[in-house]
Design a protein around this ligand. Structure first.
Ligand code: PEP
Length: 246
C-alpha cells in the first residue's frame, strides 16, 4: 500500500506565506512514491485548490461540522468542503478534543459526515501523558476508534486513522518506532474485527515526526504514513519526510 504523508498546518499561514510554501513544495516534489496532502485552515482551501489542482498533492480541512447544514454559526459542513474538492478532513485532532470539548461521539459523527460527502476522514486517536503513565494507552485509543467504527460501520475500510500520542504533539518528543508500532498493531487488530480488509486502512503516526526521525517510524510494519504538524510548515523538511515514505 502507498503511504500517506499529510501536513496539518493548524492555525498558521496567510495568503502570501501559503503560496510561497506550496510553490516550494511543488518545485521539489517530483513524482512522489507516497500519497501527499496538505490540510489548511478553511479560508485557504480555495487557494489550495487553485495552487494544487492537477498536481500530485491533495488537500483537505482540519475539521468538519458534525451537522449537515443550518443554524450552526461558524461551522463548515462536509458539503462545503466538497465544493472545494477536499479529499481529506482531519477529525478528532487532540487539539479539538482538548480545547473544543469534542467527545468520541462528536468525532464519530464528523467522520460520518465526511464519508457521506465523499471525503476521507483522518480520524485522530491518542493518549495523554497521564493516560500513558497510568497504563491506559491501549484502552484509550481503542475507545476512541470504537466510537467511530460504531457509527461508520461498513465504511470503516474507507477511513484513515492517525495515532497521535498527545504528549508527542508539538513537543519535540516522538514516540519511539517500537512504541508507535505497538499501538498501531493494536489499532490494526481492532480494525480487523470491523472490516474484511484491515490492511487497506492507512494508520498514520503523528507527533513531532520530522526529517530526521521519519524513516525509522515509516519502516515499521503497521505505520502507513505520517500526519505532520510543525514540519509541514517548512518545504524542505516536509519534502524529506515525503521522500522517506518512498
Ligand atoms: C499534529 O498536530 O497533527 C502533529 C503531529 O503536530 P507536530 O508534528 O507538530 O507534533
Amino acid at each position: 500500500m502507498k503511504k500517506l504523508i499529510a501536513g496539518n498546518w493548524k492555525m498558521n499561514g496567510g495568503l502570501a506565506a501559503n503560496e510561497a510554501l506550496v510553490r516550494a513544495m511543488l518545485a521539489g516534489i517530483g513524482q512522489p512514491a507516497a500519497h501527499v496532502a496538505l490540510c489548511a485552515p478553511a479560508p485557504y482551501l480555495a487557494q489550495l485548490q487553485s495552487l494544487l489542482a492537477g498536481s500530485s498533492v491533495a488537500w483537505g480541512s482540519q475539521d468538519v461540522s458534525a451537522h449537515e447544514q443550518g443554524a450552526y454559526t461558524g461551522e463548515v459542513s462536509a458539503a462545503m468542503l466538497r465544493d472545494f474538492a477536499c479529499r481529506y478532513a482531519i477529525v478528532g485532532h487532540s487539539e479539538r478534543r482538548q480545547y473544543h470539548g469534542e467527545t468520541d461521539a462528536v468525532v464519530a459523527q464528523k467522520a460520518q459526515r465526511a464519508l457521506s460527502a465523499g471525503i476521507t476522514p483522518i480520524v485522530c486517536v491518542g493518549e495523554t501523558l497521564a493516560e500513558r503513565e497510568a497504563g491506559q494507552t491501549e484502552a484509550v485509543v481503542k475507545r476512541q476508534l470504537a466510537a467511530v467504527i460504531h457509527v461508520v460501520a461498513h465504511c470503516t475500510s474507507e477511513i484513515v486513522v492517525a495515532y497521535e500520542p498527545v504528549w508527542a504533539i508539538g513537543t519535540g518528543k516522538t514516540a519511539t518506532p517500537e512504541q508507535a508500532q505497538q499501538v498501531h498493531a493494536v489499532l490494526r487488530h481492532q480494525l480487523a474485527a470491523a472490516t474484511a480488509h484491515p490492511e487497506r486502512v492507512q494508520i498514520l503516526y503523528g507527533g513531532s515526526m520530522n526529517a530526521a526521525n521519519a524513516a525509522s517510524l515509516l519502516a515499521q510494519p503497521d505505520i502507513d504514513g505520517g500526519l505532520i504538524g510543525g514540519a509541514s510548515l517548512k518545504a524542505a523538511d516536509f519534502l524529506q519526510i515525503v521522500a522517506a515514505a518512498g
